[in-house]
Ligand binder design. Structure first.
Ligand SMILES: Nc1ncnc2c1ncn2[C@@H]1O[C@H](COP(=O)(O)OP(=O)(O)OP(=O)(O)O)[C@@H](O)[C@H]1O
Ligand SMILES: [Mg+2]
Length: 863
């Protein structure tokens, strides 16, 4: 260390404080990395690993990237799971004595990274697990605004909440690692790439957290946020805020409030339902938004539909207006188009990103566009169409900011004329230069008689006069040679030099004034951070409403009736995604669900009939309806649903490290444990992941449980024996998906019909899928044999239909035990029969043994 160059000494000093970060060390136009950082980064960034002299102690590894392209390199490192510290020169190099002072100005982590290439939200969370309750706090760092927080006794609830948001980073106190790992050890969190950041315990200290929160939000206490008595919320929220402050290294102006997260306002879609119903694909069907914040908002609305009839109607009303006034919609979209991400801009300004000029323009643009929006939305009563204005800021920006600056090299052109007198004068000098140079060129051509004489500029020599070789003899005495090229020579004159001085000083001063003004403008913008957030959010909502109106008009959706009853009546419903992805016509189907006679629908039908499609479509229609959007149907009435659960054949369990059956049972357990009266349950072939008897017994038991609860359920199954449940329970209705047999072929009608079915066409489907003829034939043979043996199964089931014990009545035995016992007995009898050696046993003994077996069977038959 002693022998290092001063620069590397400075580097090591700074790096010491950020061991877990890759340090971007600014040297001129580059960010350089050294030592291990250089080795790691050069591999990920695919840049050359070089070395730099470290003084008398030899060389050290180094790699570098140009500072103006830093964003894309940072993005690569973040995505590879690293953290980055940006170290800048913090004094003017020309004024520095000795080595330029440098310091870390910003830390970038997975949760605080502003990804320029994605409009999606990026959440960062803090958790504080305790014996009594676990506190959580989370915020979308891109959007800024609100930190949501609360604490929960049930850590399962915490996992659920966290799996419902696009989470990128989670911080937690160092000494609670094990508890935190427990919370993250659930299928839906395990599969996500979340950076886990253990952090200093003190930031979660209650007193410090409380003080930090009050200071940041300028409040005397936390009662206004509803968390003053909520220890877990205070600790996690305070910890999160402090962490963000440390990472950001400047006031977090874009974090403007705290909100108690209760989520009683939204329809809960379970994590497995999000996967099973493919909500992401639903989003892509409904999305025609034109702004990045609209895109985020639409997603948020679909993942969190509403629960309040009044609020849903308010949205429906807004969508209706936009459907009825296509020209208004078009005008709105025209204004919104090309608006840019104003939420991100605000976050960037608040976080001190260098590209502020563009961001200021985005905000300026937002305020101007909002003015036009307000004009065309005037008179509409719906609250969604009321957008705030910030006249003071808008006017301030209109006098300070030049609207049309060059797209590149805008330095020196940003501040509007008239705002700063000195600046205007300096600019006049700059402008006059061109004129003056043209004049000078003309004059010199005349003086020397050289027609090709040219005045030019380069950064090394400044202004020069260029004379081509053939004319060199005509050059006057007062020309001073500066540079020789292949075909020409370049000269300066004292006059030109003097002029250059003047213009360069002017240029420098222009930039200094601009920089100052930019800081003032940024400060002014941040003063209005929370209002600007609100405006951006209103714009996002209007964009989203237009998108909903647009898609529903395009796809022939209809506005559903919403009430707080229990009936779900759908006339000619369609699956919004499947109808778009198949070539043939989608066959619409009706639905009737309530909490009485029709609360449990069993859908049977052969493979490929459309069972899964149908039950998903009902859940999706409910979601779309509660978003406030028209639904894919001819007519619909939706009695509010507060939770949607699904158990649908999953595809990605293996990657989540669990057996198919385990996941199935986990999910089923979580449905049963979290049911509510208003829930909607969608079960697709439960019990398929295990042996037929186990699976069937479980399916039966789960179905039976649900029929007793009265919760609205759609149950698709291949166990057609389950249709027997309707005999026991009035609320159970059987449906089947119609197929038409013609000869050996089958036609799928995709039409839901009342009644059960017991026909399966699995082998036919296998044939369609292209399995070789030999296999199909053999399967047919095996099937016929099995069907003969099937009588035993029918018998068992027949018995259960009559006797199957209710889980809620007197529970003698469960049906699963029954089947097991029966099989056991049959096995024993089989052995006994096989044990008889007919050749050697006298006939009388054989008949005695048979009699005994008969008696045993009869005995067993009594149960
Ligand atoms: N109502 C419909 N109209 C038109 N095509 C449909 C309809 N429903 C389903 N289909 C088509 O049939 C295919 C199979 O549907 P689905 O997966 O719902 O069948 P399934 O009965 O659940 O089959 P399996 O028993 O194998 O799970 C779908 O991918 C779709 O192409
Ligand atoms: Mg299916």
């Amino acid at each position: 260390m002693e022998n290092l160059t001063p620069m590397l000494k400075q580097y090591n000093e700074i790096k010491k404080a950020y061991p877990e970060y890759i340090l971007f060390f600014r040297l001129g136009d580059f960010y350089e990395m050294f030592y291990e950082d250089a080795r790691t980064a050069s591999k990920i960034l695919e840049v050359v690993l070089t070395s730099r002299s470290a003084g008398s102690s030899g060389k050290v590894p180094m790699c570098g990237i140009p500072y103006h392209a830093a964003d894309s390199y940072i993005s690569k490192l973040i995505k590879a799971g690293y953290k980055v510290a940006i170290c800048e020169q913090v004094e003017d190099p020309s004024k520095a004595k000795g080595i330029v002072k440098r310091d870390v100005v910003r830390l970038i982590t997975s949760g605080t990274f502003i990804d320029e290439h994605s409009p999606d939200s990026r959440y960062i969370a803090a958790i504080y697990p305790d014996k009594k309750a676990t506190g959580i706090a989370f915020v979308d760092y891109i959007e800024g605004g609100t930190i949501y927080t609360n604490s929960f006794e049930d850590t399962g609830r915490v996992s659920e909440i966290l799996s419902g948001i696009p989470l990128y980073e989670c911080i937690f106190p160092e000494d609670k690692k094990e508890m935190v790992e427990g919370i993250f050890n659930t299928p839906f969190l395990r599969g996500k790439k979340i950076t886990m950041t253990p952090y200093d315990d003190w930031i979660f200290n209650k007193e410090i957290a409380e003080k930090n929160l009050c200071e940041h939000f300028r409040t005397g206490n936390l009662a206004g946020f509803g968390i003053d008595e909520n220890e877990g919320a205070i600790k996690s929220c305070g910890g999160l805020l402090e962490y963000l402050r440390q990472v950001n290294r400047r006031p977090l102006t874009h974090i403007t409030k705290v909100s108690l997260y209760t989520d009683t306002e939204h329809l809960y879609i379970s994590p497995s339902a999000i996967y099973g119903l493919e909500i992401e694909r639903l989003v892509s069907i409904l999305d025609t938004t034109v702004t990045p914040m609209g895109k985020r908002k639409l997603k948020q609305w679909i993942y969190h539909p509403l629960l309040d009839v009044y609020k849903i109607k308010e949205r429906q009303d807004a969508v209706k207006i936009l459907i009825e006034k296509p020209s208004l919609r078009k005008d709105i979209i025209d204004i919104l188009k090309g608006m840019g991400d104003t939420e991100k801009a605000l976050s960037r300004i608040s976080c001190g990103y260098s590209e502020s000029v563009k961001d200021i323009l985005l905000i300026n643009n937002l305020l101007e566009k909002v003015l036009r929006l307000r004009e065309i939305l005037k008179g509409l009563k719906n609250p969604y169409f009321i957008i705030d204005d910030i006249p003071e800021l808008r006017e301030f920006l209109s006098i300070t900011v030049e609207r049309e600056i060059p797209s590149t090299n805008y330095e020196g052109y940003f501040v509007k004329r008239g705002y700063n007198k000195e600046l205007d004068e300096l600019r006049d000098i700059r402008e006059n230069v061109k004129e003056w140079l043209r004049e000078l060129q003309k004059k010199e051509i005349k003086r020397t008689g050289i027609n090709s004489l040219k005045i030019g500029y380069n950064t090394v020599f400044g202004y020069y006069i260029e004379i081509t070789k053939p004319n060199l003899s005509l050059v006057p005495d007062n020309y001073i040679r500066k540079q020789t090229l292949v075909n020409a020579e370049r000269f300066i004159t004292p006059q030109l030099k003097e002029f250059e001085e003047k213009i360069l000083t002017a240029e420098e001063r222009i930039l200094a004034i601009e920089r100052e003004t930019i800081e003032t403008v940024k400060g002014e913008i941040l003063k209005y951070a929370s209002q600007l957030h609100k405006i951006s959010s209103s714009v996002a909502e209007i964009d989203t409403l237009c998108s909903l109106a647009e898609t529903s008009e395009k796809n022939g959706y209809v506005m559903p009736e919403i009430d707080d009853g229990f009936e779900i009546i759908i006339k000619d419903g369609r699956h919004p995604v499947v109808e778009k992805s198949i070539e043939e016509k989608f066959i619409p189907n009706d639905t009737l669900l309530d909490n009485k006679e029709n609360h449990f629908l069993i859908i049977t039908g052969p493979n490929m009939a459309g069972k899964s499609t149908y039950i998903r479509q009902v859940a999706l229609i409910v979601i779309i309806a509660q978003v406030g959007c028209p639904v894919p149907a001819k007519a619909a009435k939706i009695g509010l649903v507060d939770k949607i659960f699904t158990r649908i054949g999953a595809h990605d369990e293996i990657s989540r490290g669990q057996s198919t059956f385990m996941v199935e049972m986990n999910e089923t357990a979580s449905i049963i444990n979290n049911l509510s009266m208003r829930a909607l349950v969608v079960l697709d072939e439960i019990g398929r992941g295990t042996s037929t008897y186990d699976g069937f017994s479980l399916a039966w038991a789960v179905a039976e449980y649900l029929t007793e609860t009265g919760v609205r359920t759609l149950f698709a199954t291949h166990f057609h024996e389950l249709t027997g449940l309707s005999e026991k329970n009035k609320g159970v209705k059987n449906y089947n998906v119609a197929v038409k047999k013609s000869g050996k072929d089958v036609v799928f009608l995709h039409k839901i019909m009342p009644g059960g079915t017991d026909e399966s066409y699995g082998i036919y489907v296998a044939k369609l899928a292209g399995l070789p003829e030999a296999i199909i034939k053999r399967a047919d043979e095996i099937l016929s044999k099995l069907e003969l043996q099937g009588t035993l199964r029918e018998q068992i089931i027949g018995e259960m239909k009559i006797d199957a014990p209710s889980l809620f009545g007197e529970i003698k035995e469960n049906p699963y035990e029954n089947i097991k016992k029966e099989i056991e007995t049959l096995k024993k009898l089989k052995e006994e029969i096989l044990d008889i050696d007919i050749e050697k046993t006298p006939p009388i003994e054989v008949s005695m043994k048979l009699k005994k077996i008969q008696e045993e069977i009869k005995e067993n038959g009594k149960g």
